[in-house]
Design a protein around this ligand. Structure first.
Ligand code: IPE
Ligand code: IPE
Ligand code: MG
Length: 238
């Protein structure tokens, strides 16, 4: 009798560009905000599924430094969804065993939203999975901020320029204490990073999928992980 094949362990860090909400809504003749609401549902399902799989870090791109270009109505709709999601997450944190970190410049968010983010981040109960929520996040912005902070430390005498190494520089990024993602998934059919994790993705495996984020299921995540396991990661070696 053939023994069932044991599933290989999932990557410890998966990152997802949650894209395609607008197209999902358009296909149904709904306002874009309805697509974002459906996308928030997918996020709940996938975060939960990652926890059951034993994924340690899940980084999700929720709002980029470029997304402010959208209509005021759409931005306000996204912010409203974020608020209600975070309120719910704060209520259910113990049950869901999720820890939150936020990557991005939160100072541009409303004081109310900033407070919810810091409340979520300051809760440090027992947790199984760490969700890194990228909000007003841009990979270039993150690198510029890190460079500025290092320059300031040099000016203040805490460092000198020759101290700088890749490891030291990583410590100035939002992702300071988080290992690089092994797998980055972009649904929606677009084949670009759109300014996501520019530094951290140096050796990540990218899986691009032709499914819109609100339609993304745990089976799609399984498929992406299977694809990841088929890759031959060489890191420049042979
Ligand atoms: C991703 O979905 C959500 C955000 C960028 C906030 P989009 O809103 O970009 O969906 P499409 O790409 O227009 O379909
Ligand atoms: C990337 O998607 C940002 C998020 C999913 C939050 P975009 O929809 O903003 O990216 P582009 O505009 O297609 O490159
Ligand atoms: Mg998009």
């Amino acid at each position: 009798m053939a023994l069932p094949m044991e599933k290989p362990a999932p990557p410890q860090h998966i990152a997802i560009i949650m894209d395609g909400n607008g197209r999902w809504a358009k296909k149904r003749g709904l306002p874009r905000t309805a697509g974002h609401a459906a996308g928030a549902e997918s996020f709940r399902t996938i975060a939960n599924y990652c926890r059951t799989l034993g994924v340690k870090y899940l980084t999700v791109y929720a709002f980029s430094t470029e997304n402010w270009k959208r209509s005021q109505e759409e931005v306000a709709g996204i912010m409203k969804l974020l608020r209600s999601y975070l309120e719910e997450a704060l209520r259910d944190m113990e049950k869901n065993r999720v820890r939150f970190r936020f990557f991005g410049d939160l100072t541009r968010l409303s004081p109310e939203l900033q407070k919810l983010c810091s409340d979520a981040q300051n809760r440090s109960e027992e947790y199984d999975v760490q969700v890194n929520f990228c909000l007003n996040y841009g990979g270039r912005d993150e690198i510029v901020r890190a460079a500025r902070a290092f320059a300031q430390d040099c000016r203040d005498g805490r460092h000198s320029p020759e101290d700088l190494s890749e490891a030291l520089f990583s410590g100035y990024l939002y992702s300071a204490d988080v290992p690089d993602p092994e797998l980055i998934i972009r649904p929606s059919g677009e084949l670009r990073t759109s300014n996501f994790l520019l530094w951290q993705s140096a050796y990540s495996e990218f899986v691009f999928m032709n499914v819109l984020w609100p339609d993304f299921t745990p089976e799609d995540l399984d498929r992406a992980i299977e694809e990841y396991h088929r890759r031959n990661r060489r890191f420049g070696g042979t």
